[in-house]
Design a protein around this ligand. Structure first.
Ligand SMILES: *Cc1c(COP(=O)(O)O)cnc(C)c1O
Length: 496
């Protein structure tokens, strides 16, 4: 299986090249040249396997230049019982016989990004080696919170890699700061940046493009790479859990073979819902893909009208990982829906860069409407849903997942579709304990440790140890730096 670029269909690279390059030189994203097909028998076979074996089976269909031993090495290092709280890795929780929560947050950082970022470092290690490189890979990350911690945990002590994370001093929650400041591992570095997320992000981008620092790294046997969500190596692990969820429904007789289900995904950069779209294309019986947004509802408008308009106010919400106005992975979807028309995609992306808008043609619009349904809700709606779901189902949901539940209710109210539905539950409520408690009880509490205990009582469970243990870990990283000192900080931290 080879990969082409969304901006140049004539490009053909192996999966190892796609993963180690991250992005195509023409600015496009790598996509598989064809989709592997799963027959009913294949799906039934997967139902009898555990998560690691399901992942190995599915990855093997996409990463055909990897040996099966290499793939097994990657997945069995990523999805271990030490790293994930549950044997099933991505369990399904039944809210009622037609509503299932796909809990993607039982990993080391309690957010769904672990599902991809536990695996990516191993895929990247093998990919770089296959491409004939023997340099140490230095990962630079700018984070607004969740991604940085998930990347640190993923790359921690992985041979042949180092990772340095920059987060905005004024932009992360106290819990997120604590998660990063106490990071363990010998190959990690964490710095706060004076400024907001954009300052951190543009600093990292400038460093990637800086010739001088790249040469210095090269002379010292190192090279930069990135772990951001446009890397194919982050998308492919996400396809696995949708297939795995259907296999679980089948195994537990919750669906009959071939029965169509819907999937709801709280969406930001469009990576998670795109993975569900790919699962559908591979033959998993998925009816509607329901895209849920918060007040930053650029995708709701796009999926309803075909008009993408990033020129709008930016809202800071209680579901911060969805506060995004440019959803990078959407490019992969419209490339596919255009019939791989690279010229058309170049035109749309050019217009997005220059005007901040583009409008897809009628044929793409019609297909969007056939596959997707989109809705959004603001913070007030999110809080109301957290409260309602707690009172009705005794289920404690984090704010991102609550956006999805709110939009699912809108969908069910507006259509007569009674299909069974999977909701991608993307974070543990304990990660956002303050807002979740406030939504349920109407009171604020400022003591982080106390909040965890209080929430645990409501949820009738223990706080995840990955979070409650943070208070006992030594703080290792407190340094902050000015954006224009980033280069020195990096070289210093690499010891060169
Ligand atoms: C990143 C994130 C999202 C958004 O996922 P995308 O793949 O960017 O659409 C939703 N919820 C949580 C908790 C996240 O961390």
């Amino acid at each position: 299986m080879n990969y082409k670029s969304t901006r140049d269909s004539s490009i053909s690279v192996t999966s190892a090249q796609a993963i180690s390059r991250g992005i195509s030189a023409d600015g496009g994203l790598f996509v598989p040249a064809s989709m592997p097909w799963l027959s009913y028998n294949d799906i039934k076979t997967l139902a009898d396997l555990d998560y690691v074996s399901r992942a190995a089976n599915i990855l093997g269909r996409f990463l055909t230049d990897f040996t099966s031993n290499e793939i097994l090495d990657c997945v069995s290092k990523a999805y271990t019982r030490e790293k994930f709280e549950t044997e099933s890795i991505a369990p399904l929780y039944m809210m009622d016989p037609s509503t299932y929560m796909l809990e993607l947050w039982h990993g080391p950082t309690c957010a769904f990004k672990d599902m991809a970022l536990q695996l990516l470092p191993h895929l990247l290690g093998h990919s770089v080696e296959k491409c004939g490189e023997d340099k140490t890979v230095v990962i630079l990350v700018a984070t607004s919170g969740d991604t940085g911690k998930a990347a640190l945990e993923g790359f921690k002590d992985v041979t042949g890699t180092k990772i340095i994370v920059f987060y905005p001093k004024q932009g992360v929650s106290p819990m997120q700061r604590l998660q990063m400041a106490t990071q363990q591992g010998d190959n990690v570095g964490v710095f706060s940046i004076e400024g907001n997320f954009d300052a951190a992000q543009s600093g990292v981008k400038e460093t990637f493009a800086n010739k001088e620092i790249n040469e210095t790294l090269g002379k010292n046997g190192m090279m930069f790479s990135s772990a951001n969500s446009i890397n194919w190596g982050r998308l492919v692990p996400q396809i696995v859990y949708y297939i795995s969820a259907y296999a679980d429904l089948l195994k537990n007789d919750k669906v009959s073979c071939g029965e169509f289900i819907n999937v709801v995904v709280p969406t930001g950069n469009f990576g998670n819902i795109l993975a569900a779209y790919y699962a559908k294309k591979m033959g998993i019986p998925i009816g509607k893909l329901i895209c849920a947004s918060n007040a930053n509802n650029v995708l709701t408008e796009f999926l309803r009208t075909g008009y993408y308009d990033r020129v709008r106010p930016f809202y800071t919400t209680i579901s911060p990982s969805m506060d995004i106005l440019i959803s990078s992975n959407l490019e992969r979807l419209i490339y596919d829906l255009s019939g791989c028309d690279d010229e058309k995609i170049r035109g749309y992306m050019d217009s997005l860069a220059k005007e901040g808008t583009y409008e897809v043609d009628d044929s793409i619009k019609n297909t969007l409407g056939e596959y997707f349904w989109a809705g959004c809700c603001d913070d007030e709606g999110t809080m109301q849903t957290i409260k309602d779901i707690y009172e009705r189902n005794s289920y404690v949901s984090d704010p991102h997942t609550a956006v999805a539940l709110n939009v699912l209710k809108q969908y069910r109210d507006k259509t007569s579709d009674t299909s069974k539905t999977i909701i991608a539950s993307t974070a543990s409520p304990f990660k956002f304990a303050g807002d979740v408690l406030y939504a349920i009880k109407g009171e604020r509490n400022n003591d982080e440790a106390q909040m965890l205990e209080e929430l645990a009582k409501l949820a009738i469970t223990h706080p995840p140890k990955q979070i409650s243990n943070l208070f006992n870990l030594p703080v290792r990283f407190e340094a902050s730096c000015e954006k224009d000192k980033m280069k020195d900080v990096i070289l210093n931290s690499l010891g060169i």
